[in-house]
Design a protein around this ligand. Structure first.
Ligand SMILES: [Mn+2]
Length: 424
């Protein structure tokens, strides 16, 4: 289903007077407001194909109904989100959950919705039906060469699917590791994993990137073979210039200073992309900005500062993706909220007075530095984000329109109450 253009326009017309008043108020204090709006318009976040259905935990899953039943319906859902917020113009596919049977038809469908294909995701953390070897004791780290070979071939297969769809990157997240002391020889596991990644790397087309995603724990609880940014950076450095570290916000131990990690990876030219989500304890995969929006802002502050220092394009030089699970909310509402939170944090970071901050840092004026950061963080930038959306043809209030247009009700009518999307 789609929300027709005239419905979005009607919604915007109803809200225009109120919006203009709020926008004028905040814009008066933003010196380069046109540039800020343009950057917000350009900034697109990829929606993961596995997050369009209800998520769950090992204790249960409670579907809300109307979930996409096929890759086509997943693309339709991302297209629907994009038509509302004009900020989710890409989809990140997961193989084998979303194998495109007819790549050309899928590509055409995505193009009709204004979508491109972001990073492809491989899966060697589950055993699939008809799979010859099990990943119970890891994939690329496995002691058995046949298992490693199977995992390598799967990743190369994912790259081939991606090439057909016009993607230009692959994210490799490995659940490899160990659950108990003594289970694994760390050095040998690292070496085997590196060799596997090297074979996958060798299969990358010239313009492709490989993102090596790390995670502190789960499903393995004693060691992870790509457990932190240091290990990921080691792999990425040894692999070569097309390999980068991918930061998933939920993949750190509690209280990790993610903004500092981001700053240093950027400085090394090895930050490849992001998986946005939020968490209180671990890999909670909650809505972006729902628990700790200040941390998200601090991360974006480092991103903007670091990317500007390297003359990078904010919109296109890093991969921006959501990786979340929606257990108690409507997945589409949750995704609208997540994208909004990302753009708010980005807008706040664009408002930081970087010159003044540098002066404060150079003169050890700690209080002033905090004031400068919090001045930006405490500015209500929502009218700026809404204005960017309005100019791009989106809705002033996407979530409100999603509800008033009764999108979920329609999806349930079209697809049924008991549909189950492949994914988390
Ligand atoms: Mn992730």
């Amino acid at each position: 289903m789609q929300v027709e253009k005239y419905i979005i326009e009607g919604h915007n017309n109803d809200l225009l007077t109120q919006h203009t008043r709020k926008f004028d108020f905040v814009a008066a204090d933003v010196p380069n407001v046109k540039t800020v709006i343009q950057k917000l318009r350009d900034f697109q976040v990829a929606i993961p194909s596995w997050a369009l259905g209800t998520g769950g935990t090992r204790f249960g899953r409670f579907s809300g109904g109307g979930e996409p039943r096929s890759i086509e319906e997943k693309i339709e859902d991302v297209g629907l989100l994009h038509s509302l917020n004009q900020s989710g113009g890409a989809i990140s596919l997961h193989i084998p959950w979303d194998v495109p049977e007819n790549a050309q038809a899928i590509k055409t469908l995505a193009a009709q919705h204004g979508l491109r294909f972001d990073a492809m995701n491989s899966n060697t953390f589950q055993d699939q039906k008809d799979q010859q070897h099990s990943y119970k004791f890891g994939s690329l780290q496995h002691v058995d060469k046949a298992v490693r070979k199977q995992a390598i071939e799967h990743n190369i297969d994912v790259i081939k699917h991606g090439v057909e769809l016009g993607s230009d990157s692959i994210t490799v997240w490995l659940s490899d590791g160990s659950c108990f002391p003594g289970q694994l020889n760390f050095r040998k596991a690292f070496q085997r994993t590196l060799e596997g990644l090297q074979e996958i790397y060798a299969a990358l087309p010239a313009n492709w990137k490989m993102f090596v995603e790390y995670k502190a724990f789960e499903p393995n609880f004693y060691s992870m073979t790509v457990g932190d940014w240091g290990q990921s950076l080691l792999y990425a450095t040894k692999l070569g210039p097309k390999a980068y570290t991918l930061v998933d916000l939920g993949h750190h131990l509690p209280n990790a200073n993610i903004e500092q990690i981001v700053a240093l990876l950027l400085n090394e030219g090895k930050l490849g992309g992001f998986h946005f989500n939020d968490s209180k304890y671990g890999d909670d995969d909650l809505t972006v900005g729902s628990i700790n929006p200040y941390q998200l802002f601090l991360i974006f502050n480092e991103l903007v500062e670091g990317m500007d220092a390297r003359s990078m394009n904010h919109a296109s030089d890093l991969g921006w993706m959501i990786d979340a699970s929606h257990n108690v909310k409507d997945p589409l509402e949750d995704l609208l909220q997540s994208v909004e939170a990302i753009k708010i944090a980005y807008a706040q970071a664009l408002l930081v007075d970087t010159k003044a901050l540098q002066q404060a840092q150079d003169s050890n004026d700690v209080a002033r530095a905090q004031e400068i950061l919090q001045q930006a963080y405490r500015t209500d930038v929502r009218p700026l984000v809404a204005e960017a959306r309005l100019q791009a043809g989106g809705a002033l209030q996407p979530l409100a329109l999603y509800r008033s247009a009764k999108v979920r009700e329609q999806l349930i009518k079209d697809r049924g109450q008991k549909t189950v999307a492949t994914g988390l």
